[in-house]
Design a protein around this ligand. Structure first.
Ligand code: PMP
Length: 389
């Protein structure tokens, strides 16, 4: 590896050197168990607490929320959803709102709750926006939770989750808003206050931190009211909300990547937007790309571009590009293992066959305009080659 053209940064990013250094340093020096009472334990615990402060700052949290470290975005989403639904016996059978086309780590815990008797209701996302009328209509006193992503991982749509928060505040006194910010974090600016949410999911490996680590931020009011219950039971780590020995090296590396990403947010976003605009420009001007249809949400994150190809299956294109050392994804890498792969795209308004012909290009601030040109050249060549079959 070295000459690859990696455009699958929403699936994962390469860990930064700084994060890697932090990982190694904590592994070597602060290797105690954070729960141990002695000095080595305290040193490891201090690593976690420093990371909590750093991450809280990137979320603009001034209210003293709780950061629960998890094994990643998937676990944070499961904790938020299942932990909320099971927090109080009186929540049984109540309503949970979500958006159409969520990641499987939101959709499937909700499906499990539906089997338990909860009512799960989707806010339509046609055209890449949350339907405002549906939000107003669906926010009822019966709602105990809304779980809505900030940026869709397949289309890049940036949703107005604050509108959901406002509707819940008006009409749903028992409800809290959970935001899966896995794809939004450090790509678009937000604070927990600007979202108006009670819980936020973060994942480290999307922001140049290590894989297998993440966090759920929880509002102090939710903790105070015992509005969240654990889904893992054991040693009582993380305030009893996530048992299991924490991973200080990964957490330190996550926080390092977050601190760097936070200070570079606007500069990196501008760069990402320019790369995205460049590819769109090539598509608009290059006759070889005239059959490619970009799926453009009205408001979007700068690092994701969804492209529907002219009657070529996304998997075929993915493999053709991969053979050239160019990496994109078909829909979303996380969902391409299962049957849930195309739902965000069909919810956007694509037919199933168009969804099957849709690739996702996701940029890193480390990509260059030259790389985007090479991607566009390769796409154009492969479209004319594959169209012959
Ligand atoms: N939510 C979204 C929107 C995602 O894109 C992903 C990762 N593909 C996840 C959750 C899961 O995060 P993780 O890989 O850290 O479990």
């Amino acid at each position: 590896m070295g000459n690859e053209l990696y455009f699958d940064n929403s699936a994962t990013t390469r860990i930064s050197e700084e994060a890697l250094k932090a990982y190694l340093s904590v592994s070597r020096e602060q290797y105690g168990n954070p729960s141990s009472l002695h000095g080595m334990g305290q040193a490891a615990e201090a690593v976690l607490n420093d990371a909590r402060k750093t991450l809280a700052k990137t979320l603009g949290d001034t209210a003293g929320g709780t950061l629960i470290f998890t094994s990643g975005g998937t676990e944070a989403n499961n904790l938020a959803i299942t932990g909320r639904a099971h927090a109080k016996p009186r929540f049984r059978g109540k309503t949970i709102l979500t958006s159409a086309g969520e990641h499987a780590s939101v959709k499937l815990p909700l499906a499990a709750l539906e089997n338990e008797g909860f009512r799960i209701v989707e806010i339509p996302t046609e055209g890449g926006r949350l339907d405002p009328e549906a939000i107003a209509r669906l926010a009822t006193p019966d709602v105990i939770l809304a779980s809505v992503m900030l940026v869709n991982n397949e289309t890049g749509a940036l949703y107005d989750v604050a509108a959901v928060a406002a509707a819940l505040r008006r009409s749903s006194p028992d409800a809290i808003l959970h935001v899966d910010a896995t794809q939004a974090y450090l790509k678009v600016p937000f604070t927990v206050k600007s979202l108006g949410c009670g819980m936020v999911t973060l994942s480290s490996h999307k922001i140049e931190g290590p894989m297998g680590t993440g966090a759920l931020w929880v509002d102090p009011g939710v903790i105070r009211n015992r509005g969240l219950s654990p889904i893992l039971f054991g040693g009582g780590q993380e305030g009893g909300l996530r048992s299991g020995t924490e991973d200080p090296p990964s957490v330190a590396a996550f926080a390092k990547a977050a601190a760097i990403g936070f200070s570079a947010l606007s500069e990196r976003s501008e760069k990402l937007a320019a790369l995205r605009a460049l590819l769109l420009d090539r598509i608009a001007r290059d006759p070889g790309l005239s059959g490619v249809r970009p799926n453009l949400p009205p408001v979007y994150a700068p690092h994701i571009l969804s492209l529907t190809l002219p009657r070529i299956k996304s998997e075929t294109m993915l493999h053709a590009l991969s053979a050239r050392g160019i990496y994109v994804s078909s829909g979303s890498a996380c969902s391409s293992h299962g049957k849930h792969g195309t739902s965000a795209l069909t919810a956007f308004g694509l037919s199933v066959s168009d969804a099957d012909a849709t690739i996702r290009v996701s940029f890193s601030h480390r990509n260059t305009p030259e790389q985007v040109d090479l991607l566009a050249d390769a796409l154009s060549e492969e479209i004319s080659r594959l169209a012959r079959f």
